[in-house]
Ligand binder design. Structure first.
Ligand SMILES: Cc1ncc(COP(=O)(O)O)c(C=O)c1O
Length: 351
């Protein structure tokens, strides 16, 4: 069990912050003349009282998410996508120009961008050839200034789950906060680590409505952690970060979980099909195992093939500039007809 003292990791200015108190923190009913809204209403007909600010905390949605992921709603905070919580965590824990984070490339590019925006140093400890963690090297790289370890499982762009035993070893021994980004967890055979935030005070698990729920457009992410970290995230976030429209859509999605599950199954079936076809295509040297809704594959002349696909308006991602990903392309699993079109065009380009 980690003996990390969360309070001592939080930046002093954040510990001492008097958070903004919004009008809707105190009252949601009554004659509401407190928030300088437009009481006459909006020009767009709606049933959500959109002329009023949303609640800062969205308790109903957080409670629904908590039941789904088997945590308490005090363990849940919502963000504008899961990119927002990544930025919040850096602002809470990392002193600009002084503190550092550890990432494990090849991994999701936003960690580096968020660190750059916040003037936070990055230490990079590469994954192994099999895209797994090197826990001992990560622990060696950590020092007093290293506040966050950002892990991504299933990992983007490599598509695989990180070994749970490695992650747990790091949660137990890393001297700071361990963030596990589970954006793709619903496509994996592994269970979410979200319930473990009740056991490990230095663990933060991130998820999103952008992938398995198919709601990238509403910009809704989730961070799970202990109430102490959630408290600081709430103090630092913009008071009304999640709109009523977004929260309403997310709640409606929970009424349609059969479709969410059906679509996940369909994507998994298609993933098998595309992986099988790709592995037989000439020039393809390797299709990496996937626990996500995309595939990483190695192909001769990857950059040129990517360019020719783009010319034919088939847009995938070139990842060959990432460490360990020479000549690699990443393709998202699409609709069945889209997958067929991608494969057919790729084969035409190669032959
Ligand atoms: C690993 C990972 N985390 C987070 C995100 C961002 O998710 P969101 O749309 O919730 O900001 C992505 C998006 O591609 C991702 O790949």
């Amino acid at each position: 069990m980690s003996d990390v003292n969360i309070e001592s990791l939080v930046r002093k200015n954040i510990r001492n912050l008097a958070p903004y108190r919004s009008a809707r923190d105190d009252f949601e009913k009554g004659l509401l003349l407190d928030a300088n809204e437009n009481s006459l209403g909006s020009p767009v007909r709606n049933t959500l009282d959109l002329h009023r600010y949303p609640t800062p905390t969205h308790d109903n949605l957080r409670k629904r998410i908590a039941v789904w992921r088997q945590v308490d709603y005090e363990n849940v905070i919502l963000g504008v996508g899961s990119d927002e919580p990544i930025d919040l965590l850096m602002r809470i824990f990392c002193e600009p120009g002084k503190d550092s984070i550890i990432t494990t490339p090849p991994t999701y590019g936003m960690y580096k961008v968020a660190a750059g925006v916040n003037d936070v140093n990055i230490k990079e400890v590469l994954l192994t050839e099999n895209f797994q963690l090197r826990p001992d090297e990560i622990l060696k790289a950590a020092d007093k200034q290293t506040k966050l370890l950002l892990l991504c499982s299933p990992n983007n762009p490599t598509a695989n789950d990180l070994k749970r035993t490695d992650i747990l070893k790091l949660v137990a021994r890393f001297p700071g906060i361990v963030v596990v980004d589970e954006a793709y967890i619903d496509f994996s055979g592994q269970e979410s680590m979200a319930p473990m935030v009740q056991q490990y005070p230095n663990l933060v698990v991130l998820q999103t409505f952008s992938k398995s729920f198919g709601l990238a457009g509403i910009r809704l992410g989730i961070a799970f952690s202990n109430p102490q970290i959630i408290h600081y995230m709430r103090n630092v976030k913009a008071p009304y970060n999640i709109s009523k429209l977004t929260a309403d859509l997310a709640l409606k999605a929970f009424d349609n979980m059969d479709l969410v599950k059906f679509n996940i199954e369909k994507i998994l079936e298609e993933r098998e099909y595309v992986a099988g076809q790709l592995s037989q295509a000439p020039g393809v040297e390797k299709v990496y195992p996937s626990d996500a809704n995309f595939l990483l594959f190695k192909i001769q002349n990857a950059k040129e093939i990517w360019r020719q696909l783009a010319e034919k308006e088939i847009i995938i991602r070139y990842r060959g500039h990432e460490p360990l990903c020479e000549n690699c392309l990443r393709v998202t699993i699409g609709m069945p007809d889209e997958n067929v079109r991608f494969l057919k065009t790729l084969k035409e380009i190669i032959s």
